[in-house]
Design a protein around this ligand. Structure first.
Ligand SMILES: C[S@@+](CC[C@H](N)C(=O)[O-])C[C@H]1O[C@@H](n2cnc3c(N)ncnc32)[C@H](O)[C@@H]1O
Ligand SMILES: [Zn+2]
Ligand SMILES: [Zn+2]
Ligand SMILES: [Zn+2]
Length: 369
């Protein structure tokens, strides 16, 4: 169960998702909340498995967003932590359950190719509150891209074989679906308005991941990800998924995440030029896929590209990881948090200086600077 928390002294954009165990012992608050919920919804049983954003409820007597008044007793008791709880169910049913398969391996149910979880290092268990998703989730402040604004190609045969100027400006992939050498992105894939089929060679990222991954406990960087089979250079590996939020929300959440020492924000900034900023950010703190666990390296084997295939808005694009070189089965997958092709994870947001443990000879010392 997640609660959307309002923080004292911060704006509504500063709200962050917090799991019950992060509420710093405010059990009374949750009990009050559940009681208030059952009063407002007498015929609905309280449980944590609802669709995102279908219900929102403000705790009575704690904080009233209309008058912006706080209950004095509450302020005295909890000076800095929580103003109010909004119940904003993040549905676990949108996520994939972590189960044991027939071989006794931990794996996410109905995820193909598989994503397994193993800890051969210590007894740290996998973060229970993390919701494994296989598509983007949209904050209520961000509209799902409108396919009506897409411009499609009219290629009759394979998009890569015709030399049709009506097709997308640049041919991104070769016939085996690998990025063409020297490609700098962003990548324009065929889209809903195109005449070609789902099997079009210019639909690599939208067809999804093809390599099995394993989330594993590293020696010193927390959880990380490795591939189960060899990945060839320039292949698509995984998309960065999470909740799409606005830049303002990202800015505010960045400040708070930084305080608790986490960084899971990634700007969509392929279209950003000097003097402009990203409009959207992907936050994978609560929900994401294996890429939530990709660690930083100063000599990485992955790079990230902005990819367009479902939006005509230059500020809305997907973020996709590609292999920079051949990657052997079992190698950890890493990218440079300081960015490649101008894309920086949460570059505009507050950052703590975290010592880098990538072990590379050319290590820069810190993971963000
Ligand atoms: C996006 S998360 C990656 C997954 C993380 N290891 C976990 O267990 O959830 C980023 C965090 O991982 C850790 N991390 C990633 N790369 C690192 C590196 N090269 N050296 C030290 N810590 C790293 C830092 O704590 C960083 O804030
Ligand atoms: Zn096509
Ligand atoms: Zn085409
Ligand atoms: Zn390093």
């Amino acid at each position: 169960m997640y609660y959307l928390i309002e923080w004292t002294g911060y704006q509504p954009e500063d709200n962050t998702w917090e799991a019950e165990e992060n509420l710093m012992g405010n059990k009374g608050l949750i009990a009050d909340f559940k009681e208030a919920y059952s009063k407002q919804h007498p015929h609905t049983k309280f449980h944590g498995d609802r669709s995102v954003g279908v219900r929102r409820l403000v705790l009575q007597g704690v904080y009233d967003p209309d008058t912006k008044r706080h209950s004095p007793t509450f302020e005295q008791k909890h000076k800095y932590v929580i103003d109010s709880l909004f119940l904003f169910f993040f549905s676990r049913s949108q996520g994939h359950e972590l189960i044991f398969d027939q071989h006794g391996n931990m794996t996410f149910k109905n995820v193909t190719p598989k994503v397994t979880v193993v800890n051969e290092i210590d007894d740290t268990s996998f973060p229970e509150q993390f919701v494994f998703i296989d598509k983007l989730v949209f904050s209520k402040r961000v509209s799902v891209p409108d396919p009506d604004f897409l411009i499609g190609c009219e290629c009759q045969h394979s998009c890569l074989k015709t030399n049709n100027e009506e097709c997308h400006e640049e041919w991104t992939y070769d016939s085996r679906g690998k990025l063409k050498p020297g490609c700098t992105g962003p990548l324009y894939e065929c889209n809903l308005a195109c005449q070609c089929k789902a099997s079009c060679p210019n639909r690599v990222v939208q067809r999804g991941r093809t390599v099995a991954l394993e989330i594993f406990q590293t020696k010193s960087k927390g959880w990380g990800v490795r591939c189960k089979t060899k990945i060839m250079a320039n292949s698509f590996v995984e998309e960065y998924l999470g909740e799409v939020i606005t830049e303002a929300q990202g800015e505010a959440r960045g400040t708070i995440y930084d305080r608790i020492g986490v960084s899971y924000l990634f700007d969509m900034d392929s279209a950003v030029t000097e003097g402009t900023t990203a409009k959207y950010v992907i936050d994978s703190y609560v929900c994401g896929n294996a890429s939530h666990f990709f660690n930083h390296s100063c000599n990485p084997n992955l790079t990230v590209f902005g990819v367009y295939h479902d939006s005509g808005d230059p500020y809305f694009h997907r973020l996709a990881f590609f292999a920079l070189r051949d990657i052997e089965a079992g190698e950890e997958l890493t990218f440079d948090y300081l960015g490649s092709h101008g894309l920086l994870p949460s570059n505009t947001h507050a950052q703590q200086r975290i010592e880098c443990l990538c072990d590379d000879n050319a290590c820069r010392g810190f993971i963000h600077s």
